[in-house]
Each structure stands twice: as C-alpha cells, then as structure tokens.
Design a protein around this ligand. Sequence first.
Ligand SMILES: Cc1cc2nc3c(=O)[nH]c(=O)nc-3n(C[C@H](O)[C@H](O)[C@H](O)COP(=O)(O)OP(=O)(O)OC[C@H]3O[C@@H](n4cnc5c(N)ncnc54)[C@H](O)[C@@H]3O)c2cc1C
Length: 477
Amino acid sequence: MPPSILWLCRDFRFRDNAALAAAAGAGPVLPVFLIDGALRAQGAASRWRLQRALLAFDAELRRRHGATVLVLEGEPWDILPALAARIGAGSLHRNDWPEPATIAAQQRLGRALAGTPVRLVLHPGHLLVHPRALRTGSGGAYRVFTPFARALRAIGPDRPGGEAASLSPLTDLPRGLALDRLDLAPDLHRGRAVLERHALPAGEAAAQARLGDFLDRAAGYAAQRDRPDLQATSGLSEHLAMGEIGPRDLWAIASARAKADPAASPGIAAFLTELIWREFAWHLLIEFPRLARQPWRPEWADFPWRGDSAALTRWRRAETGIALVDAGLREMRVTGRMHNRVRMVAASWLTKHLLTDWRLGLAHFADSLTDWDPAANAMNWQWVAGCGPDAAPFFRIFNPERQAAQFDPQGRYRRRWLLGWQGAEGEEARAYFDSLPPGWDVPRTWQDRATPERLAQGRARALAAHAAFRQAPVDDR
Ligand SMILES: Cc1cc2nc3c(=O)[nH]c(=O)nc-3n(C[C@H](O)[C@H](O)[C@H](O)COP(=O)(O)OP(=O)(O)OC[C@H]3O[C@@H](n4cnc5c(N)ncnc54)[C@H](O)[C@@H]3O)c2cc1C
C-alpha cells in the first residue's frame, strides 16, 4: 500500500480522529505539521499553547506507535505535493478545521495536487454536526441561538469515530525541524516564563482527566458557572481549541454520565448548552466568514467607535482602574485564560464605556488567549458589542461594580489578581508584573478609579452615541 500523509491541524488526539484512523487503515503514515502563514497569523499565546499540544501528541505517537511528527516550514501548496511525490504517497488526510484562512489554503493545495495521483481527503470531527445538517424551514442557516440549539438537539450530534488500533510509521523519514528546538511563539518574550508557570497540563490524557474531574463536580455547574471566584466550569476550552478532545466524544461521554447520574444531569445539560454555543459560533463563521472581521449587521460599519486611544492602551495593560476588568485582563496575561463572565465584563467596558471598536479587543484577546478560537472569539465580541447575530442589545451595559458584587461576592477573584487590592499580595497578582514587556510602567499597587461619576459618564456617552447612530440618516446612494 502506498503511504499516506496525515496533515495535522488542531486535532492532537487519538480518540475520534477520523483522519488519523483513515490514514492508519490505508498503509504506512507520515504525520506532518506545517509552520505556515496561517499559523504565523495566529496569536502568540495560542501558538505557544499549540506547541505544547504538538509536543504532547508527538510523545504519545512515539510511545504508542514508534512514529514521530515531521515538522516543516512553508506553505501547504508548496510543500505537500513535493513531499507526497518524494515518499510516493497516495493520499493526504486532514481533519477539517473550517476556518476561512485554512479553507483557502486547502483549496489552493487541492489545485496544486490536481493532475497528480495524490488525493486530499478532508474528514469531519471539529464540530458536532456538519453545518448543512441544520437548516431552517426556508432552507437557510440559523441566525438565532435558541432554534439552532433545538434543531441540533433534535437530530443529535454525529457519533464519535473509533480509535486506530495500530499505525505503521513510515521509515526513511525526510528531514524536518527538530521538535526539541522548536519555538512557535518567539514573540512572547517575558510572558512565556509566566505562562509556563501557570499552564494547565496539555495533551489528550490531560483533557480526558479534566473532563472526568469536571463531571464529578458537574452538579454545581448550572448554579455556579458565572462565578469566577469558584472552580465551577470545566476548563476544557484549551483542549477543545487544540483538538486534544473532540466535541462529539465530549458530548457522548458527558451525556452517558448524565444518564447514569441524575444528580449531575441538570449541570451536564447546562454544560452541553455551552458546547452548543461553540457549535453555533462555528456554523456562523462557516456560513458567514465576515463574522471574524466585519460587523455581522452591516449598518454597524458606520458606528462611531473611537479608534486607538490612551484608554485602549490602559485596557490592554489591565490598568483601567475598574477592579473586575483589570483582574480579568491580568488573569489572561498570567494564565492565557479568563473566566467567561469576566470576558463579558471586560469586553463590555471596552466597547461601551470606552466606546472602542470591538475589533481592537478581539485582536488583543486573539493574541493573549491560550484557548483562542476564531469562531467563539468573533461571535462573543460581536455579541457583547451589540452588532452580532442574536446579540445583546447595545443599550444593555454591564455595570462592572455590580457584576463584581454579584459574581465575586467576597472579592476572592479580585484579590487573587490585583496586587494591593484590599491588601492582596499573592503569587498570581505578582506574576502579572513578571510578564510585562519593557516600557510598560504599571504601578505596583493597583489603583481603584471606579467612581460613580466615571461609571455614569461612560454609560451616558455610550447611550448617546448609540442614539445618534440609530437616528443617523441612511445613505442610499
Ligand atoms: C469576548 C469573549 C471572547 C471569547 N473568546 C473565546 C475564545 O477565543 N475561545 C473560546 O474557546 N471561548 C471564548 N469565549 C467563550 C468562553 O468565555 C470560553 O469558552 C469559556 O470561558 C471557557 O472556559 P471553560 O472551558 O471552563 O467553559 P465551560 O463553561 O466549561 O464551557 C464548556 C465549553 O463550552 C464552550 N463555550 C462556553 N461558553 C461559550 C461561549 N460563550 N461561546 C462559545 N463557546 C462557549 C467552550 O468550548 C467551553 O470550553 C469568549 C467569550 C467572550 C465573552
């Protein structure tokens, strides 16, 4: 049998990995990872996390099958046809990661392979179902979450695929980049050591262990998932973003547990609804690729956002003087993660009180999150800003002080991240300062600037801008 190339892309797992199973079933396999333009365009923290996923996958590949990942630098349409010819490959297997830049790269590769005997085979597995499986009564894509979720639940997710029992590695490997000297995120500078200190374990085994741990405490999820001061959510988003666990597998395991454990069942149902939000984001991105860059509602192209400003710089540096906002942004600098409730509050502060274009916030999150996901990031930023599909209306403006009182009632979360806030001096609050690049002159003691006047003025300015925008005459030319 001719060998196959397994072209890896955020699918660093053995369970429910259709491309790996198909390649392994067809003959010897050469797993390949490419450092290409699409990867370089991704954020630094995400690339840093991806490297950990790649190394964990490679170690497991060696342990199980004596194979290793070949890492090459260059564009897929330049590298893969030549590589396939060199090893005599008959097919190239890939789990579809349906992000616009990746789809374009796959199409260009398809054109480069035309006329050669090599077939490019794309496999599903990044989503619960294919977007075409969910259609409204009039045949279009869903734009509203509740009917989307209902329709998905009615047909149920696709079943996870099996795991390849064996994989025969290709001998006589071409030379690639040394994995132990790889650095996919040279631009992280001082942030790297801090992220390394606060990293969660990477890899498929860690993802399955985290899921098991979460299911043991899932009974509290529905009531506590909005509390950043508690460990109530699953923490699975990094694993999902790297494909260390597949959503179909996750759904099947969690659903089986809900059936077996009635006390955990409501919590697991709420958790699966969140997984449907992830699915909704991806279906929207696939159907409407502009979601990642342009306002979903086209008229919002004219919204009078402020551009880059000193206030944006302070937001990026987590020194807005608003406790919950700065705590979240510092958590993200130190760990690469941020609790969902705090993401919403930080995004609301930027887009409403600071009246800043959501795309500037989106870019900062994309560069800083280890769980960066192009669909979830875009949909949620547009949701908060008010210009997205099924979005919160613009006039719903979070009051960060009230949000903090409700969701961090004893202040444990803020104390953890803000050095000096009510005498806080813990390791995590200090770690933020270890990560700062030269020139970021942030005072060691956190300064509270949440006066009632400031909160009220920001809110009033946002509402006035929105009212003027709504009344602006439509230019019909
Ligand atoms: C402005 C903003 C930007 C965001 N950017 C990202 C991003 O880049 N990557 C990302 O994975 N999530 C993003 N989210 C969604 C959400 O904050 C994270 O998925 C969640 O905090 C991850 O923690 P968890 O795994 O413990 O979540 P859990 O509560 O345990 O949820 C389980 C899973 O459901 C999915 N999920 C949960 N909430 C959402 C949501 N609102 N939208 C889409 N999927 C969701 C995630 O895959 C998550 O891992 C963003 C939210 C906001 C408000």
